[in-house]
Design a protein around this ligand. Structure first.
Ligand SMILES: *Cc1c(COP(=O)(O)O)cnc(C)c1O
Length: 436
C-alpha cells in the first residue's frame, strides 16, 4: 500500500468541475456496460450501494444464456462440448480471479458462498491445541464471520468467552491502529491460532495493512486469513506476496456477479502443495485423472491447487455471471480502477468536509468515520450522523439515491469507479445536505 495521495486534483464544488472530471475520466465508458436502475421518470438512480450489491454487467445475460443454450442443445455433452465447456468451467475463472487478488492461478478457486468457504478454510487452518487456541477478529466484523468463528470454536469443544479476542479501536476512535493489533499479537501471540481480519472493514470502510499484519501474525506463529468481501474489486491486493495463509470473498458486492453469486477462495501456494493438510473432501477436489473412476477409486487424492477444497461440481448457471464480470475487471485492470477510486472518493470526502466546515450546511451534524488517508480506505465512506438519521434517509430515498443505512446512525456510500461519476457524488452530497 502506498502513502497519502499526492496526486489528488484541486477539487472544486461547482457543477462544471464534476462535469470536467467525468469528461476526462479514462473509465467513463464502462458505465455503459452496466444496467443502471431507473427512476419512474426515466432518470438513472444515483447508485452508491455497489458495496452491497454491484450492478449487473450487460454481458451477464449472454453468458448465462450461452450456458442455457449449451444445456438445451447438448445435454450432458456440454460438459466437454459446450462453448465454455462445463467440466473445466471453474478453470476459466481462475486466471482473471488470481490477477484480481494478486495470486497465482493455482492458489484461487471459485466455489460456494463466502461463509461456507470461511468454514472450509477454518477446518484446515484453525487447529486449536491446548496452548494455541484463540482467534483474533476486528471489532464490528460482519456478523456472518462472527457466527462462523464462534461456532467453529464451539465445534472444537471450546468457549468463545476465552477463545475469541476482539481487537478494538481506542476510546473515541473509529479505526483500528496497526500498532495496536501488532502489540496484541506480540502480547498474546503464543496463544493465538488464527487471525481473521476483513481486508476492508464493512462498517468503517477501513483498509487494514494486510502485508504488515500478516508478517506480525507469522512472527508470532499464528495463521492469518482475510475476509475480502469488501476488498476484492475495491482495492489492490497481493495475497501471494503478502504471504497470507488463506482468504475468502464474495463476488456480488464490488465484483458485480449477482445476488448470492459464487464466492472466491485463496490458499497460499505453500499450503496447496501440502496434500497432508486436514480438510473436508469431495470429488471436485480430487485429482481429475481419477475423478471419474468413481467407486473404483475410493481414496481421496487432493489436487495440489486450491481446487482441492472444492467439494461439488460447480453450479455453471451461477458461475456464468462471475465469468462475465471478471472479464471486465481483467480488461479495465485494478490499477486504473483504484486510481479513479482514490480521486472519486477523495472528491466525496472533499464535498463532505466543506459541508462540515460550513455551519449553515452540516453544522457538525455528521462526521466521516472512514480513515482520511486514501491508502487506508477504498471506495466507501461511512458517514456517522449525529442528528436524526430519518430525514436524511427520506431525502436520499425520495431523490432516488440508493445507498446503505446501518443502525443506528451510519450511512455507507460507495462510489464505484466502474459505473459511478463525479456528478453522482456531487448530487449525493447536495441531497444529503438537503440543498436540492
Ligand atoms: C457480505 C459479507 C458476508 C456475507 O456472507 P455470505 O456468505 O456471502 O452471505 C460475510 N462477511 C463479510 C465481511 C461480508 O462483507
Amino acid at each position: 500500500m502506498s502513502g497519502p495521495d499526492n496526486a489528488a486534483p484541486a477539487y472544486r464544488d461547482d457543477e462544471s468541475f464534476a462535469r470536467t472530471m467525468d469528461d476526462r475520466d479514462p473509465l467513463r465508458d464502462y458505465r455503459e456496460r452496466f444496467h443502471v436502475p431507473k427512476l419512474p421518470d426515466g432518470r438513472d438512480v444515483i447508485y452508491l450501494a455497489g458495496n452491497s450489491l454491484g450492478l449487473q454487467p450487460k454481458t451477464v445475460r449472454g453468458s448465462v444464456e450461452s450456458a442455457l443454450d449449451d444445456w438445451a442443445s447438448l445435454g450432458v455433452d456440454a460438459h466437454f462440448g459446450g462453448k465454455v465447456p462445463w467440466y473445466p468451467y471453474h478453470e476459466s475463472l481462475r486466471k482473471p480471479g488470481a490477477t484480481l487478488v494478486g495470486a497465482l492461478p493455482d492458489e484461487v478457486v471459485f466455489m460456494n458462498g463466502l461463509t461456507v468457504n470461511l468454514h472450509l478454510m477454518m477446518v484446515t487452518f484453525y487447529r486449536p491445541t491446548d496452548d494455541r487456541y484463540k482467534i483474533v477478529m476486528e471489532d464490528c466484523a460482519f456478523p456472518s464471520d462472527t457466527y462462523a468463528v464462534k461456532t467453529q470454536i464451539a465445534f472444537h469443544g471450546r468457549s468463545p468467552d476465552n477463545a475469541l479476542i476482539i481487537a478494538k479501536p481506542r476510546e473515541g476512535e473509529h479505526a483500528l491502529r496497526s500498532d495496536d493489533i501488532e502489540d496484541l499479537l506480540e502480547r498474546e501471540g503464543s496463544k493465538i491460532a488464527l487471525v481473521l481480519l476483513g481486508g476492508v472493514n464493512y462498517y468503517s470502510g477501513q483498509v487494514f495493512d494486510m502485508a504488515r499484519l500478516t508478517e506480525a501474525a507469522h512472527r508470532n506463529g499464528c495463521r492469518i486469513g482475510l475476509d475480502l468481501a469488501h476488498a476484492a474489486g475495491n482495492v489492490e491486493l497481493k495475497l501471494h506476496d503478502w504471504n497470507v495463509d488463506f482468504a475468502v470473498w464474495c463476488t456480488y458486492k464490488y465484483l458485480n456477479s449477482g445476488p448470492g453469486a459464487v464466492a472466491g477462495c485463496f490458499v497460499h501456494r505453500r499450503h496447496v502443495q501440502d496434500t497432508s493438510l486436514p480438510r473436508f473432501g469431495g470429488w471436485w477436489g480430487n485429482d481429475p485423472k481419477t475423478r471419474f473412476r468413481m467407486h473404483l477409486e475410493p481414496e481421496f487424492k487432493p489436487l495440489k491447487t486450491a481446487d482441492a477444497w472444492q467439494l461439488s461440481n460447480p453450479p455453471i448457471l451461477a458461475m456464468a455471471p462471475v465469468l462475465a464480470s471478471l472479464r471486465i475487471f481483467d480488461e479495465a485492470g485494478m490499477a486504473a480502477i483504484r486510481a479513479k477510486s482514490r480521486t472519486l472518493t477523495g472528491y466525496l470526502q472533499f464535498l463532505l468536509d466543506r459541508a462540515s466546515n460550513d455551519p449553515d450546511k452540516s453544522g457538525g451534524r455528521f462526521e466521516v468515520i472512514t480513515p482520511r488517508n486514501p491508502a487506508e480506505r477504498g471506495c466507501q465512506l461511512s458517514i456517522l450522523v449525529h442528528d436524526d438519521l430519518e430525514p436524511r434517509r427520506d431525502a436520499l430515498q425520495s431523490a432516488g439515491v440508493v445507498c446503505d443505512f446501518r443502525e443506528p446512525n451510519v450511512i455507507r456510500a460507495a462510489p464505484v469507479p466502474l459505473y459511478n461519476s463525479y456528478r453522482d457524488v456531487r448530487r449525493f452530497v447536495r441531497i444529503i445536505l438537503r440543498l436540492d
